[in-house]
Ligand binder design. Structure first.
Ligand SMILES: [Zn+2]
Length: 251
């Protein structure tokens, strides 16, 4: 039974939409136990981020980057998709949502079942690594075994380039292809749903504005107010699992 007005309003928007885009931030994954690293008290307020230039320039910075990555694995490696992820996956499978644009690097949309080709990762993905020069893919577990033996992750065995998680670091350029695809999907949508993003990190935060300017409806579900609440058609300051799960009929 659905007597909740927020949930009913979101369900109506989804019902009326022809093609929706979902845009997710850290807030959807906090319900899986993954902290919002940029929030007050988050990891980046306690530990200085390592900028991309430092990673390229310094063996010590690379070692520290990998040390942190493996520590994260121990802390959050068992995180599983939650009700919010499952609701998004259900809407993708029903053909209602054409693409999921995410600022998250945790791979939980893939884990929930959304086909990888329908996920656009603006900040990359931390569940695997690539060579920065030739793009060869490396698996984290294998790199870790070498790191624990030798104290460092070795360079690419094909081209000797640096191997790094497939994430976009502070100071690293946004991925051009992903940004372009995100813009195309945004322009093709008549409903844009923001889930768990504070919408302060540009250029990513520009997509809801593009959608709105293009005539789409805009729904924002986020625990805290965002700078774009004033232009949204629906704003819900609550947890994502309950609201999206309710609206999509997913438990
Ligand atoms: Zn290489």
């Amino acid at each position: 039974m659905n007597t909740d007005r927020d949930i009913a309003a979101l369900a109506r928007l989804i019902e009326k939409a022809r093609r929706a885009v979902v845009f997710t931030g850290a807030g959807i994954s906090t319900e899986s136990g993954i902290p919002d690293f940029r929030s007050p008290g988050g990891i980046w307020t306690q530990m200085a981020p390592i900028y991309f230039d430092e990673f390229l320039a310094s063996e010590e910075a690379r070692r520290e980057t990998w040390r942190r990555r493996f520590a994260m694995q121990d802390a959050f490696g068992n995180a599983a998709p939650n009700r919010g992820h499952r609701a998004v996956d259900a809407l993708v499978r029903r053909g209602k949502v054409g693409a999921v644009i995410t600022q998250n690097i945790d791979g939980l949309h893939q884990a929930s079942g959304v086909p990888p080709e329908q996920i656009i990762e603006l900040h990359g993905n931390t569940t695997y690594a690539t060579c920065l020069d030739c793009g060869t893919r490396y698996e984290i577990a294998e790199l870790r075994a070498v790191f624990e033996r030798d104290g460092a992750v070795p360079p690419c065995d094909r081209c000797f380039g640096h191997v790094k998680t497939a994430t976009v670091s502070f100071g690293q350029a946004m991925p051009v292809v992903a940004m372009r695809r995100a813009e195309q999907e945004t322009l093709a949508a008549d409903l844009f749903i923001v889930l768990g993003s504070s919408l302060v990190v540009y250029p990513a935060a520009g997509f809801p504005e593009i959608a709105k300017r293009n005539g789409a409806m805009l729904a924002i579900v986020n625990r805290e107010p965002t700078p774009l609440d004033r232009i949204a058609d629906l704003v819900v300051h609550r947890g994502i699992g309950d609201v999206m799960g309710g609206a999509a009929g997913v438990n």
